[in-house]
Design a protein. Structure first.
Length: 282
């Protein structure tokens, strides 16, 4: 066999070995995500049926929102399993690529979440997960389960950012926004309210604007993020608009949402547009 053929054979074997090793790491990442999912999936004891009388000490906008979002008599469950479809844009406002997205998510605010999407089409398909459990967060995504495009894990900046996401998405688990789950409400005018959770000693606050009937219209917060030109973690606005709501198992939740970084500024970029297909409360 010629030297050239030997070199090509060796190169081919190296490529195959690299792909095998990379896919093994991808499988490890996904197993960790599924273990965290299983921890959240464990059934919780419902806190009894919802009665608007339990809201008497809350500000009026909070009462309006919660009575709109939780139907009387609904068992109070703090966790939800979501199925969503939409688009996810990689990049920033000036330069980005929009990818189709379908995802499953387990959410239990403010304890955490596991988000497992499939993004892209054709030759570019991205699989992986985002998550926050305990004090640890991760972002791990792979092209075809072979090429890592993001593989981060942290108990510091990334975890604080992910904790903010968990609270932002509490709009999909309205019972988690009740005072007995640690939520502290305050009115901000007639048609707006904010709710604060203490996470690892850090107060994280979600703001909502509401219609007259209590339907959420916008959602926003100051989130710890490095989605800026400098790539530096800092507090910056994050949020978006709620276009539709729908009812699942006694909960009326946003079903069509767009959110992004720098909400309310000229740099706002709604990179995440999603439609909730199904929601199951646990």
């Amino acid at each position: 066999m010629s030297i050239l053929k030997l070199m090509l054979l060796a190169l081919g074997l190296l490529v195959v070995l690299t792909a095998v090793v990379a896919h093994a790491f991808f499988r490890i990442d996904m197993r960790e995500a599924h273990r965290a999912w299983a921890d959240f999936v464990a059934p919780e004891k419902a806190a009894g049926p919802f009665d608007p009388e339990m809201l008497v000490n809350l500000p009026e906008p909070a009462r309006r929102y919660l009575t709109y979002s939780i139907l009387r008599g609904t068992p109070l469950k703090m966790s939800v399993q979501l199925h969503m479809k939409g688009t996810f844009a990689l990049g920033d406002r000036k330069s980005h690529r929009v990818m189709t997205m379908e995802a499953r998510q387990m959410l239990s605010p403010p304890r955490g979440f596991v988000w497992i999407p499939e993004m892209g089409s054709g030759m570019v398909r991205i699989w992986g997960s985002d998550g926050y459990a305990g004090d640890k967060a991760w972002t791990r995504f792979w092209v075809w389960g072979l090429i890592p495009v993001a593989r981060l894990s942290s108990t510091g900046d990334l975890a604080l950012s992910a904790a903010g996401r968990s609270i932002m998405e509490a709009i999909w688990a309205p019972a988690s926004l009740l005072p007995q789950n640690g939520a502290r409400w305050a009115a901000v005018g007639d048609d707006a309210a904010r709710v604060t959770f203490e996470v690892e000693g850090e107060p994280l606050t979600l703001s909502l604007t509401l219609s007259e009937e209590g339907r959420p219209l916008t959602v926003s917060m100051m989130r710890w993020s490095n989605a800026n030109p400098e790539g530096i973690f800092r507090w910056q606005s994050f949020g978006g608009t709620i276009e539709e709501t729908g009812e699942f198992g006694g909960y009326v939740i946003p079903t069509r949402v767009e959110v992004g970084n720098h909400y309310g500024t000229g740099d706002y970029f709604p990179f995440f547009r999603v439609r909730i297909v199904d929601a199951r409360y646990r």
